[in-house]
Design a protein around this ligand. Structure first.
Ligand code: ASP
Length: 343
């Protein structure tokens, strides 16, 4: 079985590194965690770890989880502040405690106990974007929107323009709300699988909000006999359908990774009924994606909206590929961005 690694489209370097490590004999979980650590360290990724966009109060709160196929063990951390390497900390929860998920101050205390360095994860760029969001979010508070484009920092302007938001803007809707995450899964030559998901979560979320990423069964799941599944995009939609667990179960009952992924998206469509979450044609107005890797080595990446991409590595190298998708965005200018609204 050739080694294979799949990730969200911000994971090209992650899949490259994880693939090389697995090829050299490294455990699949250690390899994917080392892969996503590259993205947690990257200040230019506004969706993960250091440089991630903060919550409503301006604090970066990260969520992460890991799952190890051969032992079926898992660990996670949620609503965690000031710790860059959340995926590694999630792995430590799995390795050094009897627990599956630590949250908030308890997770931070755990990180301190293990000697993880504490640092402010809010970069200048993320702070400026957050401040601009505060200024434009409502006409019913004391913050004033900038008077003209010239008053807006160019980096901030570029960020909001990419989301088709006016500098003095309409409020951010579900369709263009900045989100993003990295999920990464790998399989080795013995067909053992592991996966990891790590994120700074939904931008400007209510403090304490936990998304799908650190929840086993929602943000990721692996059954070493069947395969793995993980997600990025609107966590609230994914949590309600426990999609990563469901994706693995669908494969267990005979679906290919692509069929299973499409069925997950269809379930979300069927269960999305609130008008604020639907477009004019009754389709979910948000992005969500799944990355599936079967024990056979077959894989798929599916997205609610496309065209959009994912990262993959095998014996032919690391590359960016096109996701399968349910609905096509009319606005072609979005091509190449995360369809779940991120950079
Ligand atoms: N799934 C993440 C969350 O809901 C965000 C994302 O992937 O865009 O926190």
């Amino acid at each position: 079985m050739p080694v294979k690694v799949i990730a969200s489209d911000n994971g090209l370097e992650a899949v490259r590194l994880a693939h090389d490590l697995i090829q050299q004999g490294e455990d699949t979980l250690e390899a994917v965690v080392r892969g996503v650590t590259l993205v947690e360290d990257d200040p230019n990724d506004l969706t993960v770890g250091y440089g991630g966009l903060p919550n409503e109060a301006g604090d970066v709160e990260v969520d992460a989880a890991v799952m190890h196929g051969p032992t079926h063990r898992a660990g996670g951390v949620a609503a965690l502040k000031n710790i860059k390497h959340a995926a590694r900390l999630a792995m430590k929860v799995m390795e050094t405690t009897d627990h599956s998920l630590l949250a908030g101050d308890g997770a931070l205390e755990f990180a301190r106990t293990l000697g993880f360095p504490e640092e402010n994860l809010l970069t200048e760029k993320a702070r400026k974007i957050w401040l601009h969001w505060k200024r434009i979010r409502s006409r019913n508070d004391s913050w004033q929107a900038p008077k003209s484009e010239e008053d807006v920092d160019p980096e901030v302007l570029e960020f909001f323009r990419k989301r088709k938001l006016n500098y003095a803007g309409e409020p951010i809707s579900e369709q263009n709300r900045p989100t993003g995450t990295i999920h990464c899964a790998g399989i080795n030559s013995a067909s053992d699988l592991s996966c990891v998901t790590t994120t700074s979560g939904l931008a400007f979320k209510v403090p304490g909000r936990v998304g799908d990423s650190p929840l086993i069964g929602a943000g990721l799941y692996v059954d070493n006999e069947i395969g793995s599944c993980g997600s990025t995009g609107r966590g609230e939609a994914n949590i309600r359908d426990v999609c990563s667990f469901a994706g693995v179960e669908l494969m267990r009952h005979g679906m290919s990774p692509l069929e299973a992924g499409r069925e997950l998206l269809q379930r979300i469509c069927r269960h999305t009924t609130e008008p604020r979450l639907l477009d004019g044609e009754g389709r979910p107005n948000f992005g969500v994606r799944f990355y599936l890797l079967a024990k056979s080595g077959e894989h798929a990446a599916v997205s609610m909206w496309g065209p959009t991409k994912y990262a993959f590595a095998d014996e032919n190298g690391a590359r960016i590929e096109q996701c399968d998708y349910l609905f096509e965005r009319q606005d072609k200018k979005r091509t190449g961005e995360h369809t779940d609204g991120t950079r």
